[in-house]
Design a protein around this ligand. Structure first.
Ligand SMILES: Nc1nc2c(ncn2[C@@H]2O[C@H](COP(=O)(O)OP(=O)(O)OP(=O)(O)O)[C@@H](O)[C@H]2O)c(=O)[nH]1
Ligand SMILES: [Mg+2]
Length: 277
């Protein structure tokens, strides 16, 4: 973690704009507040990635909320490339003051440099590949020969650091930790799977009962997460000898199906003051 922090600090100094990737289903819980300090006065663009898995209305609320905080946020799906054009457009807009300043000083135009940062598994590499397109292979093909940083042309004057900065997730807060685990930002080996699945189950029973009903044929009377897991176990035949529900496998199945978007597009936190946090 100390190394990751040092590396991000060092690389931030080289760039004009930061692309901060967060998970659109948990925009605050997947951010890292230390980045504010590290980036100083450098502008940053927030990328609400995996927007294809989030509730579109909630994503629109988040965009508005961030705008009110003076931050621009763009939804994206880095797998299909949806939103990538908007990221490029917003980036060019955010660096325009710098470009104009350089021009006014009579400098020859230089590249404007960007880097991607974010906690593990939010889609940094996927976005990098989307932004760099096929050009990436050309510059990245000489490891060990060029000792300096690798920069990839994106468009116009924009260049992107060919290595995303990894930020550390905020696991010390229990509520944040659960949301990070539910969305797959933390590896399943390191989390109490059943506890997280019960939390997610309770959330879904409360906020997305229709999705549960259609995915698992859930009868209307089920209100408790324990009952939900029991029902899923029977429905899917996840039973131990003697017909007892295999709670561990069922918990994993629920988390996996949620993470793949098989339950629908569900956001786990809304902007402060707008419902569930
Ligand atoms: N549905 C969906 N999946 C995505 C999106 N972006 C990335 N993924 C998936 O999320 C997982 C992580 O993506 P990566 O691009 O490897 O994420 P990363 O931030 O580089 O992860 P680390 O290198 O581990 O820090 C992969 O399974 C991707 O296919 C997205 O916009 N939508
Ligand atoms: Mg990566």
């Amino acid at each position: 973690m100390a190394r990751a922090r040092a590396l991000v600090r060092e690389n931030v100094k080289l760039v004009d704009l930061i692309l901060e990737v967060v998970d659109a289903r948990i925009p605050l819980s997947s951010s890292n507040p230390e980045l504010e300090k590290i980036r100083g006065s450098r502008p940053s663009l927030l990328v609400l990635n995996k927007a294809d898995l989030a509730d579109p209305a909630a994503t629109a609320s988040w965009q508005e909320w961030f705008r009110a905080q003076g931050r621009e946020a763009v939804p994206a799906d880095s797998l299909t490339g949806q939103g990538v054009r908007e990221i490029i457009k917003a980036s060019r807009r955010l660096v325009r003051p710098l470009v104009e300043k350089l021009r006014a000083r009579g400098r020859r135009s230089r590249a404007v440099r960007l880097m991607i940062v974010g906690i593990p598994n939010v889609g940094k590499s996927s976005l990098l590949n989307r932004l760099a397109g096929r050009k990436r292979a050309a510059t990245g093909a000489k490891p060990g020969i060029t000792r300096g940083k690798q920069w990839v042309k994106v468009e116009g004057e924009l260049e992107l650091l060919d290595l995303p900065g990894i930020l550390w997730p905020r696991v010390e807060d229990e509520d944040i930790g659960r949301k990070l685990a539910a969305t797959g930002a933390l590896p399943l080996e390191n989390i109490p799977v059943e506890e997280v699945a019960l939390w997610l189950g309770a959330f879904l029973l409360d906020k997305a009962p229709a999705q549960l009903q259609s995915r698992y044929d859930l009868p209307a009377g089920v209100k408790e997460p324990e009952e939900l897991l029991e029902h899923i176990a029977r429905r899917r035949g996840l039973l131990l000898p003697g017909g007892v529900a295999d709670r561990d496998r069922t918990a994993r199945l629920l988390l996996q199906e949620f993470q793949r978007g098989q339950l629908g597009r569900i956001t786990l936190e809304l902007p402060p003051g707008e419902g569930y946090q």
